[in-house]
Every structure is written in C-alpha cells, then in structure tokens.
Design a protein around this ligand. Structure first.
Ligand SMILES: [Zn+2]
Length: 457
C-alpha cells in the first residue's frame, strides 16, 4: 500500500491512534494529506454523477461535464449549492429534497438534524448510520486532543434539540472514547449548577454564551467553581476563543480550566478544532474548504480572509459540493504547529456575512466588537450591536452594554469613554456606546443573536 492509501484506510477509527492523536491523518506529511483529499474528491464526484440527480441536473444546467472535473483544482468550475436551493428542493420534494441522494429511503436514515431557521424555514438534514458516525469521527479528534479520556464525566449543556453540533460531541464521548456522559436536555441552569458537581462532571460543553451564563449563575449561587474540578470546556456554535480571545480569557478565568473549541456546519460535519498550542486545525479529509471574495466569488490568496465555501469529501447521505456557509472567515495557513499536527490552520470566524456591515467604508464585524467589549473588565458578557442611519443619512454603529456592577455618574461616563476608545482602536471606526441597566439585554440558551441591522436603504 502506498502511504496515501494506508493513511486513508486508517483515518477513521474506533480507538485512538496514539496518546496524542486520534487519527494518523492529523500528523501525516503534507503530500499525503493532499493525496488523500484528491482521492476522496474524485471518488465523491464519481459517486455524485451517478447517484444524485439533483446535483447532476444542477451541473449540467451550468454546462459542466464529468470530464471537466479532473482534479480538485477544477472545483471552481462547479456552481454553488446554496441554502435557498436546498430549501426550494425540500419544498418541491418533501421532506428531504436534495438532502437525500437517489435510492435512499426513510429506512436508511438513523438521525435527523435541523437548522435553527433563523434565516428562513428550517432545513432538514438526514444522516445514514455511517454518516452520523462520521460526525463523531469529525469531533473525536478535538475531544482527544483536548484531553477527554475514559473515566471522565462529560456533560453537553444544551436542550437536546436537533442541533447536531453538540449531539455529535456528546455521542462521540460515549461511543468512541467510552467516557461517562450525563444527558440533561430539559435541565434548567439551576438544575445544572446543583447536579453537575455532585456527579463529578469534569468536561463541560456548550455555546460560549451559555457557559459564561451558567458559570456566573453558579458563582452567584455561592459555588466555588475551582472546587468543581472541571478540566476542560469545549465551546461551539458561535464566535469563540479562536476569533474573540477576550471571550476565551473570560471563560478560562471563570471556570479555572482549559477552553477548547470546535466548529462546523450542520449541513456537513465538524470541520475545525483547536489544539493546546494555539492552532485551529481543519479536518482536511472530511470537508474541503475554499475561501472566496464575497463579491466576485473568486478565490482569495492563501491566508487571506473571505467567504467560506465547503465541500463534503466523505459523507454520502447528502454530499454538498461548494456550499457557501455564509461565514466570513480569516482564511487558512499551512505551517508547522507545536502540537506536531500537519492539518491546515483555520484562522477563525469574523462573523456572518449578513452581520458584517460596511459602515463609512470600514467592514465592521461582530467578532471584533465582541473582543473589544470583553477586553474591558467592567463590561458584563451581555451586549448588542445595532446598525442604523442617523438624521444626516449616515450609517452608524451603536453598541449597548450592561456593566458588571451598577455604575453611576462619573464612573459611568468614564466607562463609556474607555469603551469608545477601545472600540475605536480595535474596529477602526467611531462607535456609539450606550450603557443599559442589568437585565435589559436578551439572554440566550443556545446560540445568541446580537446584531440588528436597522439601516434605511
Ligand atoms: Zn496544533
């Protein structure tokens, strides 16, 4: 066997490859990883020309023939598969539309995921058994890297909704690592603060927003979080430590432990996860990433920011080819990491494309504002961002912030001035700051929605 076929054959596993790495793909030589990606892509294309009439029609309508796509370098010749296209196909051919390749039926599906529907009708995302298992493979590398082992007690703090982003990690902890998992779907925050320490939970997962909230509540209730013995947090689903280091610092200070992050797209798989050396590694053998200029849709130079467009390399229930995620990301780097992994570095999320606004010529992103606000020690975790048009017809940005403690007169004025100054330095634009009373801004259980665009256009 060549090194490529050998690595490919051993990449998905039911047990760890070594103490340090779950899969041998993690530290394979660069040319082997590239070879694996090429092999998987060509295989996937052969499969889809045969088995997905929806994609075949889509490609033929764009005048693309099988022989036009000889290697992954030709991928830019293929048209995008957009969320609107998926939604329309599910309306036309309910319930799954193009999210099920030809020949599969309900009997093939073991798990259903669903988008939250914040940008329209929810999209249904079915998985065959082997493809749900692929979700666990996508995240177990992160869990192993973050130190989850047999004997640990893991709790994923979410409502057991069809949000696969925490389900996959919950299931991988139990079924691949054989850690103890504690479900708690309908538990409220009080129930969690009372129960988690009693059960010896030492690995906690959730969105950054929710884990900040849960930790603050526990402290208010008089808990000493140090005594809980949590060794690591895993966060997902929102702008995280890789994109807003101040959020990572808050989580670490609050919970007295490491913070790891994994991210993905529900339509596909987990694609990136942090290591203890500051890397954010991409699952190159699962999801192929392109970074495109949001306006021209042309690839940007390596390492530059742009819109993330992803392609499934392994999944066979509903492989998506060139799916625009709607996320603006920092780009990719191929460099050595202190952890020894050779998987590419992902430079994190800047914000949702819809939430990034051009204000007086400057791109304003949620991650930059969040990082600036949370850099100020007097600011609580709660904030919101509004884009609006002033009486002169100029676009403005306003943030509303709750302070940690009530602030009066001078202290309040000083807080506003300091925050304006930090925002101006970090976001490169003057931003209006309003301080509101505690409890004014909305609280979120899972993913937060903090950006409102009220500009007149
Ligand atoms: Zn690393």
């Amino acid at each position: 066997m060549t090194k490529i076929t050998e690595t490919l054959a051993g990449a998905l596993r039911n047990e760890a490859y070594s103490d340090q790495y779950w899969s041998p793909i993690e530290n394979a030589p660069r040319e082997v990883i590239d070879g694996v990606v090429e092999h998987l892509f060509q295989d996937q294309m052969r499969f889809l020309w045969e088995s997905s009439s929806a994609l075949r029609n889509h490609w033929q309508a764009a005048n693309v023939k099988p022989e036009d796509i000889k290697s992954i370098a030709d991928i830019t010749r293929l048209p995008f598969v957009t969320k609107t296209m998926i939604r329309d196909s599910q309306k036309e051919h309910p319930p799954y539309g193009l999210m099920l390749v030809d020949g599969l039926t309900q009997a093939d599906i073991v798990r259903l995921a669903m988008t939250s529907g914040t940008t329209g009708k929810p999209v249904l995302i079915p998985f065959r058994k082997q493809d749900y298992e692929l979700w666990m493979q996508g995240v177990v590398r992160s869990l192993w890297s973050g130190g989850v082992r047999r004997g640990d007690v893991v709790h994923a703090a979410f409502g057991f909704t069809p949000f696969v982003g925490l389900f996959g990690a919950h299931d991988a902890s139990e079924r691949l690592i054989n850690a103890t998992v504690v479900p708690g779907g309908s538990w409220d925050s009080n129930m969690r603060t009372n129960t988690l320490p009693a059960l010896g939970v030492n690995v906690l997962m959730g969105t950054p927003t929710y884990l900040l909230r849960l930790g603050r509540l526990a402290v208010e209730e008089g808990h000493d979080l140090k005594s809980w013995g949590i060794k690591t947090l895993f966060v997902t689903g929102e702008v995280g430590p890789a994109s807003s280091p101040a959020t990572g610092a808050r989580l670490r200070d609050l919970w007295h432990c490491d913070v790891n992050e994994f991210s993905g797209a529900q339509e596909q798989n987990y694609f990136a996860w942090s290591c203890s050396h500051g890397g954010y590694h991409w699952n190159e053998d699962m999801v192929y990433a392109e970074v495109l200029d949001p306006e021209t849709k042309e690839p940007v130079a390596e390492g530059m920011p742009g819109e993330l467009v992803v392609t499934d390399l392994r999944q066979r229930t509903h492989p998506l080819v060139r799916f625009p995620t709607g996320d603006l990301v920092g780009g990719f780097e191929t460099r050595a990491c202190g952890c020894g992994r050779t998987l590419k570095h992902f430079k994190g999320f800047i914000g949702r494309i819809d939430d990034v606004a051009k204000i007086r010529g400057v791109s304003v992103a949620q991650s930059a504002i969040e990082h600036a606000i949370r850099s100020h020690s007097a600011a609580s975790d709660h904030y919101d961002i509004e884009y609006l048009t002033d009486s002169y017809g100029l676009d403005q940005v306003k943030v509303r912030v709750e302070p940690k403690e009530p602030l009066f007169a001078e202290a309040r004025g000083k807080f506003i001035l300091e925050l304006r100054d930090i925002l101006k330095r970090q976001v490169q634009i003057s931003i209006d700051v309003e301080v509101v009373e505690e409890g004014t801004l909305p609280r979120f259980e899972l993913k937060s929605k903090r950006v409102r665009d009220n500009r007149q256009r």
